[in-house]
Ligand binder design. Structure first.
Ligand code: AMP
Length: 113
């Protein structure tokens, strides 16, 4: 999508700090980290949010999670980590391209909502 921030990051039109990339998934450091490790894992194709997960793209979504787990190992998050995907306005989603936050490196808040 031409007006999507994360599509522009995937295309290299907006700079990012890459953590991982393969044919279908891109991962980069969040610009406003909320934990010592705060990485965003995204599918390269535009999927708006978790409400658009279907049987057709489920393997790609699972691959995003596989990459998230790999990054947690790479970042040495041995004490644990959190994977978050905000979906829609009530959840505070600000970028309308499916993304998984990978957060760790400190004791995280126990609040979920
Ligand atoms: P969400 O609020 O769940 O939609 O998450 C969007 C995330 O994207 C926020 O944590 C932002 O800090 C992050 N973000 C916004 N713009 C950029 C950017 N140019 N590079 C890296 N992260 C960004």
């Amino acid at each position: 999508m031409s007006d999507c921030l994360f599509c522009k990051i995937v295309a290299g039109e907006i700079p990012s700090t890459k953590v991982y990339e393969d044919e279908t998934v891109y991962a980069f450091r969040d610009i406003a980290p909320q934990a010592p490790t705060h990485v965003l894992v995204i599918p390269k194709v535009h999927i708006k949010d978790a409400s658009e997960i279907t049987a057709e793209n489920a393997a790609l979504v699972a691959h995003c999670l596989e990459v998230a787990a790999m990054i947690a190992k790479q970042e040495n998050l041995t004490g644990g980590f959190r994977i978050v995907s905000n979906c829609g306005a009530d959840a505070g989603q600000t970028v309308n391209h499916l993304h998984f936050h990978v957060l760790g490196g400190k004791t995280l808040s126990t609040e979920m909502a």
